[in-house]
Ligand binder design. Structure first.
Ligand code: AMP
Length: 398
């Protein structure tokens, strides 16, 4: 079975074509600058091909993807009829779409109704889905939601202590994001530990340009750091993370900022970039901190504090901890950050082997636990696309 996985961003379209029997990625790539020019990078069998193409919308980008996948020179299939199903990454499933779902007219209609709570990611995802229906009629389409891993979270963890009508009428609540990644790495951890996930209390740290931390007990998410939007929680590349909400109104009242201006500050000018004044990329911030830049050092320290706080809180919520997982760009690659996060945590049983941590092997699950430590600590490369392909295969085969 061949499954095409699509991840549509506001100006991008990422794709991977899977051969499910061998769990192999036949080809993958990204269309960028959709709506403002266009550029495609297509990879197949270790070879990379790039081309500037005008992409006025996601539909035109998808057409290009399909023609490359089935082209003589760069393709991996004879015709697009070989694609058995398409899996879409959809950030938000709202309160109704609690599980990965075969996409029907009514699913699209519901996704359209929740665009106001998902303004950045909703429209491109819907555009990608509609483009697929137009270009590949009859091929099953499946939506896999970032939010659905959190359908098991209890109301006491997702209700904000606002007047209740804002939850009831406006659906303002914690939703949580990156769920497909947290679901994948927690299941993978149980597999590599050789233990039933039902017996484990795990904290998964997805640390990238966007970051979130999830408490997974018995295979189910019980709490997570991202909230109503992917803004709350950990300090991120350009996002502030958790913040006293009064700062927002204070800025508006004293500086005359509009709602949009404050949102831009919190989303695009804060986080590592905001504190360091250097970059949203942690590599650059670490380089400058190592040269003695005090604000770069402070940005790293503020980031580490935000992660440790959540690990402590989730250990308390689960009344224990068996394992911690680090994943995504920072979690998988930055040994120094893992060392700082896990440092001075022995009270909770978290102790890592600093040598193993520094000389880890990239791209595979890697154990960095110190001998004798109560809590296992692992680096597990995330693979959201594969998880989407698995769900798509399961639902499309029904
Ligand atoms: P992501 O959003 O998962 O792509 O992660 C982006 C973040 O991961 C950036 O802050 C980078 O500093 C960090 N990162 C990604 N790749 C590497 C790498 N190979 N080495 C060190 N840091 C990396």
């Amino acid at each position: 079975m061949k499954i095409l996985v699509l991840n549509a961003g506001s100006s991008s379209l990422k794709y991977q074509l899977f051969q499910m029997e061998s769990s192999e990625v036949l080809a993958k790539g990204t269309c960028e600058r959709i709506g403002a020019g266009g550029f495609i990078t297509h990879k197949r069998g270790g070879k990379s091909y790039t081309e500037e193409v005008d992409f006025p919308n996601h539909g035109v980008a998808l057409k290009k993807v399909l023609s490359l996948l089935s082209s003589k020179e760069y393709g991996v299939i004879a015709s697009i009829a070989e694609i058995d199903a398409v899996g879409h990454r959809v950030a938000h499933g709202g309160e109704m779409l609690k599980e990965s779902s075969v996409i029907t007219e009514s699913v699209i209609k519901y996704l359209e109704t929740i665009v106001p709570i998902n303004p950045l990611h909703g429209p491109p995802a819907i555009a990608g889905i509609k483009a697929c229906f137009a270009l590949m009629p009859g091929v099953p389409q499946v939506a896999v939601f970032d939010t659905s891993f959190y359908s098991t979270v209890e109301a006491s963890k997702y209700v904000y202590a606002l007047p209740y009508e804002f939850y009831e009428n406006d659906k303002i609540r914690r939703y949580g994001f990156h769920g497909t990644s947290h679901r994948y790495v927690s299941a993978k951890l149980a597999e590599v530990l050789g233990k039933p996930i039902e017996d484990l209390k795990i904290i998964t740290c997805h640390l990238g340009n966007g970051s979130s931390i999830t408490a997974v007990q018995g295979g189910k998410a019980i709490d997570t750091s991202m909230g109503f939007t992917p803004q709350e929680g950990v300090v991120m590349g350009t996002r502030v993370g958790s913040l006293d909400p009064t700062v927002v109104t204070y800025l508006m009242k004293t500086k005359g900022y509009s709602a949009q201006e404050v949102e831009d500050i919190l989303n695009k000018k804060s986080g590592l970039l905001g504190v360091s004044g250097i970059s949203n990329d942690l590599r650059n911030v670490v380089d400058e901190a190592n040269k003695g830049n005090k604000r770069a050092r402070l940005a790293i320290d503020v980031l580490i504090t935000s992660i440790k706080r959540l690990i402590g809180a989730y250990t308390a919520e689960m009344n224990g901890l068996d394992a911690i997982v680090f994943t995504a760009g920072i979690g998988e690659n930055q040994y120094n950050i893992r060392e700082m996060v896990c440092g001075n945590m022995s009270y909770l049983g978290i102790e890592i082997d600093t040598e193993k941590n520094a000389s880890f092997t990239r791209g595979i699950p890697f154990d960095i636990t110190k001998e004798g430590a109560k809590v296992s600590t692992w680096i597990i490369p995330t693979d959201e696309e594969y998880m989407i392909a698995i769900d798509t295969q399961r639902l499309a085969s029904k």
